[in-house]
Design a protein around this ligand. Structure first.
Ligand SMILES: [Zn+2]
Length: 397
């Protein structure tokens, strides 16, 4: 017969040491078996484990040094139109409380939308916002696009843009002639004049291509982002004619190699936070690149020793960013929602050695069911990551 540990220990306590030798139950030592999880099945959605660790917990309300958040979205653009998510007045109180000196609004749009973005944020609060422009994806298949886009970058710079943002549209969504037609590759030569113009005009390119590795694998019991993909099934790029993660990153790297004079800010830890070895190789191969940490502290923080070594080694090439999106839009992605708690988590991660805490202000960890460990970075490194690296790159005082 089999007995569980509860029965076994109860029998030991009742003087049943002989059980160890005989493996047999003694009369009178009976005890009910412990309930098993299979007796009360629990849907994954309802699982809310509370950590029983008694470990130090520090709330870091303000960053130790002034912060430049190089990765935020204060609006979404379509064509020349931008739908704004906030005003400067909505954002400044949080920025002041959190010691965020400057926010870089990457999705500032183009043309009339860009002008409106600059007016709405930079003019309203000089010195507190920086605006990037975006390519005109809707014109890619038109004749003459390549030189027009390069000229458009020059016009955007004159209008006040401080850089160019490339969303994962490129590589995963942008198609030659609408649905069903081939995807346009990241290293498509049509964009060469655009990348060159950015180099010539000293406009850094903030680039996000590809996505977490798990988004390219089946949504099944082995997928570490099962919950996240369940909440956002459209974020999966498994099958359906999508290229692999590696193919996209290889195309991107060919493009980096061709445009050595253009400065790239490779968002989300080089778009491969799961593989810091690969990200390091790329930083070594492409001196024209730096990385940013937005929405990837869930990856960095579960490999804290490697992450700290990585950031210390590349301390002049790592930028602070959050990928923040103001609420209510941002509430859909708690790891990105612009509010005090989001910044406090980033600061706790970078500044303290706290262990096993949430990487996002949410009841269920939104990207995957794990928690993170603080890096406790030294002051010299913190100051560079929070501020100095971005200030140098963006030409800010
Ligand atoms: Zn983003």
């Amino acid at each position: 017969m089999s007995i569980d540990r509860r029965q076994w220990l109860a029998r030991l306590a009742a003087g049943g040491a002989g059980l160890l030798l005989s493996g047999r139950a003694r009369p009178g030592a009976a005890q009910a078996p412990a309930p098993r999880p299979s007796d009360c099945p629990l849907p994954l959605d309802d699982f809310r484990p509370k950590s029983m660790l008694h470990v130090p917990a520090h709330r870091v309300e303000r960053a130790r040094f002034p912060v430049i958040d190089v990765h935020t979205h204060l609006g979404w653009s379509k064509g020349e139109e931008v739908t704004f998510l906030a005003t400067a007045a909505d954002l400044l109180p949080v920025m002041d409380r959190k010691n965020v000196r400057t926010m870089v609004n990457l999705t500032g749009g183009r043309g009339a939308g860009l002008a409106e973005s600059i007016r709405r944020f930079e003019s309203a609060a000089p010195g507190r916002f920086v605006t990037f422009t975006e390519p005109a994806w809707d014109r890619v298949s038109q004749p003459g696009y390549a030189p027009w886009q390069a000229d458009e970058i020059e016009r955007a710079k004159k209008a006040g843009a401080r850089g160019l943002k490339v969303l994962k549209t490129l590589g995963l969504f942008l198609r030659e002639n609408g649905p069903g037609s081939p995807l346009v590759k990241v290293d498509d030569p049509r964009f060469d004049p655009m990348w060159d113009a950015c180099g010539r005009l000293s406009l850094p390119v903030a680039i996000h291509v590809s996505d977490p590795e798990a988004f390219f694998t089946p949504i099944d019991r082995y997928n570490e982002r099962y919950d996240e993909l369940g909440n956002h099934p459209d974020w999966s790029f498994f099958g359906d004619g999508f290229p692999s993660n590696a193919e996209i990153l290889e195309a991107r790297n060919r493009m980096f190699a061709r445009h050595a004079k253009t400065q790239f800010i490779v968002l989300h830890v080089g778009n491969d936070a799961e593989n810091l070895g690969f990200v390091s190789e790329n930083l070594d191969r492409f001196p024209n690149t730096v990385v940013e940490i937005g929405a990837r502290i869930g990856e960095l923080g579960r490999q804290p020793r490697a992450a700290r070594r990585f950031i210390e080694k590349y301390q002049d090439r790592v930028l602070f960013g959050t990928d923040a999106v103001p609420p209510p839009d941002g509430d859909k992605y708690p790891q990105q929602v612009f509010k005090d708690e989001l910044y406090e988590i980033y600061y706790r991660f970078l500044e303290t050695e706290d262990e096993y805490f949430d990487y996002a202000p949410a009841v269920v960890p939104p990207q995957g069911r794990w928690r993170i460990y603080g890096l406790g970075l030294p002051d010299g490194v913190l100051k560079k990551v929070y501020h100095d690296n971005a200030a140098r790159l963006l030409g800010l005082a």
